[in-house]
Ligand binder design. Sequence first.
Ligand code: ACO
Length: 328
Amino acid sequence: MAAVLCGLGAWLPPRVLANEEIAARLDTSDEWIRSRTGIAERRVADPGTSTVDMAVAAGRQALDSAGLTEVDAVVLATATPDQVCPASAPQVAARLGLGEVNAVDVNAVCSGFLYALATASGFIAGGIARRVLVIGADTFTTLVDPDDRGTVPIFGDGAGAVVLRAGDADELGALGPFALHSDGGLAELLMVPAGGAKQRRSDNPHDYFLDMHGQAVFRQAGTRMAEASRSVLEQAGWTVGDVDRFIGHQANIRILQTTAKYLGLPQDALVVNIERTGNTSAASIPLAMADAQRDGTLLAGQRVLLSAFGAGLTWGATLLRWPALANV
Ligand code: ACO
C-alpha cells in the first residue's frame, strides 16, 4: 500500500519583515542578506498567533484541496510546539473538528516535514490509517535571538500541509522511497542550549535562543542533501536526468544551488521561494510546493525530488510524480 499525495495547503502570517527593517536595527544590509542567503523578506507571526493557529489554517486548506472533512491521523512536524508538553498535533486535530484521531508531533527541525511524510506513509503501509493530514509548521522566529545578525535575517514563520491517502505505488502522487539520516554527534552546530532537561536554567538569556554555526552547517547541508537524493534516485531506478523539479528545504539559496551542482541537476530544476519566506523550518517544503503549484511551475506528471537538512543534525530525501491537485 502506497501513500499518495492528494491535497495541499499553505499559510503565512501577514506581517512582512523586509531586509531593510532588519538592517535599520542590526549591523547588516539588504545587499549582504540577499547575496549571502537569497532572502529579501520573511513573515513573522505576531504574538497572538501560535504554531497551532498556523497549522490549523494550512491543514484546513489541505483538507479542502483533498475534498475531505475527515482523516484517520494528523502528523505535525514542528520544533516550536505551542507548549513543551503536550504535543501540538492533538490540538490541531481538535481545532479542525477531526474527532479523537491519532495525532502526533514529529521533531526533526528543518527535516521535519520529510520525517512526517515518512511517519504518515508508515501509518498507511501498516494499515493504521488510510488518510493522513501531514503538516509542517514552525514559529521559528521565537527561537531567534533578536540581537543576533547571524540568525535574524535567516528565519521566518509559516505552515504548509498535505493530505496523504492509501493508494497504489504506480499512481501519480505516490511517495517514496525515503532516505532519512541523522548525526547527533554534531547537534551543537544548531542548538537552543537552555530550557530543556539538560540545561534547565541559565542566567544568560542568549542560551534560550538558537546558537548556529552557520558555515559548518552550510558545508554539511549540500553534501548531505545530495547524498540522500542520490540514494532515493537509485532505489527508485531514476537518474538525475529524470528529475523535473527539485524541492529542497529553503535554508539558503546557495545551499540549494550547491546541492544541484553536486547532483549534476540543472539550476532551473530548483523550486525556490526563499526570497519571500526565509527559512521556515518544517514548513518550507510544503510552502514551496504550494507556491510552485499556484504559479504553474509544478505540473501533474512531473518527477519531483524532495530533500531537506536541518538541526539534529537530520537530513533526508524522497520523491514522487506530482499529482493533479484542486483548490490550492
Ligand atoms: N550581515 C553582515 N555580515 C554578517 C552577517 C549579516 N547578517 N552575518 C554574518 N556576517 C559576517 C560574519 O560576522 C563574518 O564576518 P567576519 O569575516 O568579519 O568574521 C562574515 O559575515 C562571513 O560570515 P560567514 O558566517 O562566513 O558567512 P556565510 O557566507 O557562511 O553566510 C550564513 C552565513 C548565511 C548563516 C550561511 O553560513 C548559512 O546559510 N549557513 C547555513 C545556515 C542554515 O542553513 N541554517 C539552518 C539549518 S536548518 C535548521 O534545522 C534550523
